[in-house]
Design a binder for this molecule. Structure first.
Ligand code: SAH
Length: 219
């Protein structure tokens, strides 16, 4: 930590998140409880509570706190929800989700990131998270349907496999668009089908996989 203690830096971050429109007190409380500096390289401790994405290695990033808070708020989580998360990354968003819900199933494509996040969350005492290293664009059929699905990497189009694995009454949030800019899309599944809204532009690293981008940048 450079000049500020984590608790003080975190309070400042919470204030900023409120100013930017995060109103759900449960989300702010969850952000307060999860020490973000423990999810980044020690060299970045001083920036852990800035409202910015930070590098995780392997060309990946830990999402900006505002985007984590916004997506969590938009998910409208209930305590009994079963959640599928695609793109574990550092596990920071995973830890936030785990505060709210019955069980979080999280998939990461990169083996080292997935294993590091699993060990990190285990050592922090999270017992309601199930980890897998795989291509999450195919979902996790074994545990479907899910009440909530959150994708934290940008897809070229919303994978049908994920829509199929969303429970009726469920909600999915996914950034979808070009490699450089996506729309944050919200899908609600009703007995009649799906409704879709957009929550604005975002920038995520690409979702690479069978129903995402290819590793060389094509669809
Ligand atoms: N929520 C994470 C964000 C990580 S960045 C955090 O806050 O730390 C997005 C992550 O998605 C990267 O770690 C990347 O490796 C992963 N990813 C990309 N394509 C994927 C896929 N098809 N399945 C699972 N993970 C994927």
């Amino acid at each position: 930590m450079t000049d500020l203690k984590p608790e003080i830096a975190c309070q400042r971050l919470i204030k900023k998140l409120r100013e930017k429109g995060i109103t759900d007190e449960r989300v702010l409380e969850a952000i307060r409880k999860v020490p973000r500096h423990q999810f980044v390289d020690q060299a970045l401790y001083g920036q852990a509570y800035d409202d910015n994405a930070l590098p995780l290695g392997y060309g990946q990033t830990i999402s900006q706190p505002y985007v984590v808070a916004l997506m969590t708020q938009l998910l409208k989580l209930g305590h009994d929800d079963k959640i599928l998360e695609i793109g574990t990354g550092s596990g920071f968003q995973t830890a936030i989700l785990a505060q709210f819900s019955r069980r979080v199933y999280t998939i990461e494509r990169n083996h080292d990131l997935g294993e590091t996040a699993r060990k990190r969350l285990r050592s922090m005492g999270y017992a309601n998270v199930v980890f897998k290293v795989a291509d999450g664009s195919q979902g996790w059929i074994q545990y479907a349907p899910f009440d909530r699905i959150i994708v934290t990497a940008g897809a070229p189009v919303t994978p049908k496999s994920l829509c199929d694995q969303l429970a009726i009454g469920g909600r999915m949030i996914i950034p979808s668009g070009s490699r450089d800019l996506q729309q944050l899309e919200i899908y609600d599944r009703t007995p009649e089908g799906f409704t879709k809204e957009s929550a604005g532009g975002v920038v995520f690293v690409p979702l690479v996989g069978e129903h995402g981008w290819s590793a060389n940048g094509e669809k």
